[in-house]
Write a protein that binds this ligand. Structure first.
Ligand code: NAD
Ligand code: GLY
Length: 365
């Protein structure tokens, strides 16, 4: 029997529902039907996820009268680029997809970001739905309409804001996720605790093992809490002029790790975890974060099997990679820093020496 919570992401005429629960895939078609005028859905997925979930998703869509075009891409962050996007467009154009048809992202954040960007630009914009199947994509990437691809010089540098018409997350899909991917997803979960919700952070400290074991009730509660925080922040600041930047805690340092290591060595969530550890060191050194809170942050990341050190590369290489960050304004990097647990801020005037010291201290030996 399916159990479902529905949250609303309130963006006026572009509002949409986040369906969270277990056993929801079978009801996908009936939830999507009212959102799509046309009769066809291109299901964009990859060679890992397709054998697991393409069939039930296709059946659910066909049951509601949709014709389905499957598009199966290679797996991996290193494929999140123009070439793969072109493959999606080839299928849509050859399949004569029209403006009234829709795309559906079935997979993790890589598939979600590429599908969203394809939907934003194909025929100048078509509808798309998110069916995230990783923890990271369920708590973060599928919600809020950031879409895009990587560039050789930096992550997610090319893209668009394009909101989905529906997000449906079935926690049962997480049961096939490799352990390393589950842990990587926990980085973004912990992020919400640090930036916004001390109660969530304490719950994670108390129930970490149950969550990692995918204990349905606790996991669903955590997903609801994370999605509610994200929905509130995106509704208040869709285009990241202010508060939404807080969601990037750890990302400036994390994206630099990913760019320097070639996108496939570190998982995105691992890089974010290490980046949050660097940001915490920096905040501590500036007197913004109490050392006891900084220790709790490092301890929780470590208990979740996540890295708190960064690869041994010259600090100058990190600084160069970070200079391509999307939060750079007037040539200055703006850092998201924790001010203890449950609160963070964006800081624009951080002394370079403090950043260099935090990076040097976080470099693993
Ligand atoms: P991912 O999409 O690469 O998925 C991780 C791995 O798990 C892949 O190998 C995938 O094929 C596999 N997989 C997916 N679902 C599975 C399942 N149920 N069972 C077994 N295997 C499964 O990585 P991710 O961590 O989901 O997402 C990271 C990406 O998300 C990055 O590119 C990041 O930039 C992006 N992101 C975007 C946003 C946003 O707001 N748009 C937010 C956070 C992250
Ligand atoms: N993951 C950052 C954002 O959605 O803004």
């Amino acid at each position: 029997m399916s159990q479902e919570t529905i949250l609303e992401l309130d963006l006026g005429p572009r509002s949409y529902a986040l369906h969270i629960g277990s056993g929801l895939l079978a009801g996908l078609g009936e939830r999507l039907r009212p959102k799509v005028k046309g009769g066809r859905v291109a299901v964009i997925t990859n060679e890992t996820v397709a054998p697991l979930y393409l069939e039930p998703v296709t059946c659910a869509l066909r049951d509601s009268g949709f014709a389905v075009l499957p598009v199966i891409l290679p797996d991996g962050e290193s494929h999140k680029h123009w070439g793969t996007l072109q493959t999606i467009f080839d299928h849509l154009i050859e399949g004569r997809f029209e403006r009234s048809d829709a795309l559906l992202a079935l997979g993790g954040g890589v598939i979600g970001d590429m599908t969203g960007f394809a939907a934003a630009s194909y025929l100048r914009g078509v509808a798309f739905a998110q069916v995230p199947t990783t923890l990271l994509a369920q708590v973060d990437a599928s919600v809020g309409g950031k879409t895009g691809i990587n560039h050789r010089l930096g992550k997610n540098l090319i893209g668009a804001f394009h909101q989905p018409c529906l997000v449906l997350m079935d926690v049962e899909t997480l049961r096939t996720l490799p352990e390393r991917e589950r842990l990587a997803g926990m980085a973004e979960v912990i992020k919400y605790g640090i930036i916004r919700d001390a109660g969530l952070f304490s719950l994670l400290e108390e129930r970490l093992e149950a969550i990692l074991a995918l204990e349905t009730a606790t996991l669903t509660r955590v997903l609801r809490t994370c999605c509610a925080i994200k929905a509130e922040i995106v509704a208040a600041d869709e285009r990241e002029h202010g508060t939404r930047a807080l969601l990037n805690l750890g990302h400036t340092f994390g994206h630099a790790i990913e760019a320097l290591t070639g996108y496939d060595a570190w998982l995105h969530g691992e890089a974010v975890a290490a980046g949050m550890a660097v940001a915490t060191r920096l905040a501590e050194s500036l007197g913004l974060c109490d050392p006891a809170d900084a220790t709790r942050i490092r301890n929780l990341l470590t208990r979740a099997g996540l890295p708190v050190t960064i690869p041994a590369r010259p600090v100058a290489e990190y600084l160069e990679a970070m200079s391509h960050d999307k939060k750079v304004a007037s040539g200055k990097i703006r850092y998201v820093l924790p001010e203890g647990i449950g609160k963070a801020s964006v800081q624009g005037e951080i002394p370079a020496a403090a950043v260099e010291a935090a990076l040097a201290a976080a470099i693993s030996c």
